[in-house]
Structures are given as structure tokens and as C-alpha cells.
Write a protein that binds this ligand. Structure first.
Ligand SMILES: N[C@@H](Cc1ccccc1)C(=O)O
Length: 420
């Protein structure tokens, strides 16, 4: 009897995996979207978001297929080395570390900007951004040093706070959406404007915003080889949730701030504080303003803690720092000091950082998975799970990944039009 009792089945329920994916996917990247997508505006942005979400969903499933050929717990490092060899593994290792470092920089930049703004608003005293950078870094550094478990717990609380604040804020904003602004109708549009030239530059931002791929090994470890349906469902749920939330977020922001009014926000570096300030301006009630500030603080703080935990483990593993107070102290220093140092001198690089993170992320979340799958399908005759992609689809994804790099080439040549 007991054999058929589902309670004795070892794998956890769908909720654990879905929450893990949702928590990773939705992060600070979301704050870069309205700014990165201002050039193509709402209609174009919706199409691009859906397309990129589909692509990222597929590459996530490809990683599941590959990961299941290995024991649960195997990481990117293991399967890249095994299937594609040492050279690929070095490139992927560097890109992996780069993404996590630069996201940490972006989140410290975002959090300290929001913190400075909040302190200024409620105390009237001007706190320089540098001061906030130190406070934020000490805060996360001490928590991470103390224990990863504490980071996990605090992040859960912050994520909960983030969602409550998000819906409280945005239910208030929905009634303010103006269709003319949202569709950039003739009455509010910049005369003779165009949208298509700005498509390419949105891609790295969308790709990073749908990123969760570093967590595929954690999902496989969580559910084991018997829990495949839960692994794939968690990924589908997380991605669908993110795409709906992002479209809603763009509707709310672009339906409130017209395309023409985005220019001053972009000109100020596009950091989150400027943005929160701009949306806050349309509230007549002080209460809504408070909730929005609350949301901004929670959203970036939870991303900061969640993303940097990955970096923390990566660094500890890379340098073989032990898990004792001194070892963790060294790991904390190597994790947070470099990004904090850069942030101290360049506090407003949030949007740029997300863009560069997107480019490095493209290497291991878009280009790498199809190559891994090709190699795995050649090597193993059977698979526990097969991602819904044939060879043509795999090649198409590789081409898409390479197209993203056109952004860099055009940018270096100065041919990439930027919406200013
Ligand atoms: N998707 C996350 C960033 C991220 C990318 C890749 C891995 C982990 C996190 C965000 O929007 O902020």
C-alpha cells in the first residue's frame, strides 16, 4: 500500500520549483526594460518580449535535456567540459562569472540609488550615492558572510514583500494608463519618429530579464531524475509568469510616461531612482508614493541577495575557500569588493551593466544550449527527456544568439541607433 502513497514519493511539489524559477527570473532586469524598450515602444516591445520568452524557454528545456544525462547536482562546468571540451568550458566559465559580477554591480548601483532617494525623501538630508554604496555593500556582505541560509530566508521575505508592493502599486497605476501614450498615437508621438531601428539594442536586456538558466542544475537536483514533469512545468510557469508581468509592467510605465518624456530619464543614466521619481510624479496621494518607494527598495534588494548568492558559491568553489568564518569572510570580500569599488566611482551604470550582462549571458543561455544538445544527441542514443526542438530549431536558436552580437559590432562601429 505504502508504495503507492504519493506522500512517500521523495520529490517535492511543483510549488518549490516554480517559486525558485519565478524568484530568479523576475529581478532587477525588469527595471531596465522600459528604458531599453523606449525606442520600440509598447506594441513592438510586446512582440519582442513574447519571442524572446519563447526562445529562452526552449533553451532552458534544452539545458534540462542535457543535465539529465548527468547525475543530479552536475553543474554547467561538468556538462560543458564533458560534452564540448576544455576550450568551451573556459569561455563559458568566464562568461558565467562575468554575468554574476556585473549583475551584482548593477544591483548595488540600483539599490544604493533607491536607498539614497528614499533617505532624501523622508529625512530631507542629501545622502551622496557613495555613502549608500557603502551601506548597501556592508549590509549584503554581512548577511552573506553570516550564512547562506540567512540569505535564503531574508530573500524569501523580500520576494514576498516585492510581490505585495508590486500589486499594491500597480493596481493603483492601472487606472492612470492612457491609451494614447501607450500606443504612441500621433497626438503624443515625436513627429516623424521610427521604431524599427531600435529593435536590436533591446535584445540583451530581454534576454537577461528572462534569465534563470543558471538554476537548471538546482532544479534537477531538487527533483531528481524522477521529477522531470515538475522540472519542465516549473520552467514553463516561471517564464509565462514573467512574460505576463513584464507586459503589464510596460503597459503601466509606458501608459503613464509618454515616449517623448523618456528622454530626460535616459539622459540621467536611467537608474531606478530617476524612474521611480518619474512614475511617482503622477500620484496625487502620498500613500501611493510610499508604496512605490517600498516596492523599488524590495525589488532590487531581493534581486541583489538572490543573484549574489550564486556568485558567492561560485567564488567559494573557484578559489576553494572553506565554509568557516574566515573562509566565508574571504569569499565575501572577493564577491562584493570589486563590484562595490566600481560602483563607488561609477554609481549610475545600472542600465549599461544590465546590457553587458545580457551579452555575456547570451553565450551560455542562448548559444551554448543548442551545441550541448547536438553533442548529447550524437553521444547518447536515448534520453530521459527530449526538449521540443529538432535540428533546424537548434540551428535557428544559434543564429538568433549570434544576431544579438550584431548589437556589439554595430555599437563598436558607431552604427547602432540609440533612442535618446
Ligand atoms: N533574470 C534576472 C537576472 C538573472 C539572469 C540570469 C541568471 C540569474 C538572474 C533579472 O531580471 O534580474
Amino acid at each position: 500500500m505504502g508504495i503507492h502513497n504519493p506522500a512517500q514519493n521523495g520529490t517535492p511539489g511543483l510549488t518549490s520549483g516554480a517559486v525558485l524559477v519565478i524568484a530568479t527570473v523576475i529581478g532587477g532586469g525588469m527595471f531596465s526594460l522600459p528604458i531599453a524598450m523606449a525606442g520600440v515602444w509598447f506594441t513592438g516591445a510586446t512582440v519582442i518580449l513574447i519571442a524572446i520568452a519563447l526562445m529562452m524557454l526552449l533553451t532552458g528545456l534544452m539545458l534540462v535535456e542535457v543535465n539529465l544525462h548527468f547525475e543530479p547536482g552536475a553543474s554547467f562546468n561538468t556538462f560543458t567540459q564533458e560534452l564540448l571540451g576544455k576550450k568551451w568550458n573556459i569561455v563559458v566559465g568566464i562568461a558565467f562569472g562575468f554575468v554574476l559580477y556585473i549583475l551584482t554591480y548593477a544591483y548595488i548601483s540600483g539599490s544604493s540609488a533607491v536607498l539614497s532617494q528614499t533617505l532624501m525623501k523622508y529625512s530631507g538630508i542629501h545622502f551622496p550615492a557613495k555613502f549608500s554604496v557603502i551601506v548597501v555593500t556592508l549590509f549584503v556582505g554581512i548577511i552573506a558572510w553570516y550564512s547562506s541560509l540567512l540569505v535564503g530566508r531574508i530573500t524569501t521575505v523580500l520576494i514576498l514583500g516585492k510581490f505585495i508592493a508590486f500589486f499594491a502599486t500597480f493596481s493603483g497605476l492601472v487606472s492612470h494608463i492612457e491609451i494614447a501614450k501607450l500606443l504612441d498615437s500621433a497626438s503624443v508621438a515625436i513627429p516623424g519618429t521610427s521604431y524599427l531601428p531600435y529593435v536590436l539594442m533591446t535584445l540583451p536586456f530581454c534576454i537577461i530579464s528572462f534569465g534563470f538558466h543558471g538554476n537548471v542544475p538546482s532544479l534537477v537536483k531538487l527533483y531528481g531524475k524522477d521529477g522531470v514533469p515538475n522540472i519542465t512545468r516549473s520552467i514553463v510557469i516561471g517564464t509565462v509568469f514573467a512574460v505576463l508581468l513584464y507586459i503589464f509592467w510596460l503597459a503601466v510605465t509606458m501608459g503613464n510616461i509618454s515616449r517623448a518624456s523618456f528622454s530626460p530619464i535616459i539622459a540621467q543614466g536611467g537608474n531606478i531612482d530617476v524612474f521611480v521619481e518619474a512614475i511617482g510624479g503622477i500620484f496625487t496621494s502620498r500613500y501611493m508614493d510610499l508604496i512605490l518607494t517600498f516596492f523599488g527598495n524590495f525589488a532590487v534588494a531581493s534581486s541583489l541577495l538572490a543573484a549574489t548568492l550564486g556568485l558567492f558559491d561560485y567564488i567559494a568553489d573557484l578559489f576553494h575557500f572553506p565554509n568557516d568564518p574566515l573562509g566565508r569572510f574571504k569569499t565575501t570580500l572577493v564577491t562584493y569588493l570589486p563590484p562595490a569599488f566600481v560602483c563607488f566611482f561609477f554609481p549610475n551604470g545600472f542600465v549599461y551593466a544590465i546590457g553587458y550582462a545580457g551579452l555575456a549571458f547570451t553565450i551560455w543561455s542562448v548559444i551554448l544550449p543548442p551545441f550541448l544538445v547536438k553533442s548529447a544527441r550524437r553521444r547518447y542514443s536515448s534520453a530521459i527527456y527530449t526538449a521540443p526542438c529538432n535540428n533546424t530549431m537548434l540551428n535557428l536558436v544559434i543564429v538568433c544568439g549570434v544576431i544579438v552580437y550584431l548589437t556589439v559590432v554595430l555599437d563598436v562601429l558607431g552604427w547602432l541607433p540609440a533612442f535618446k
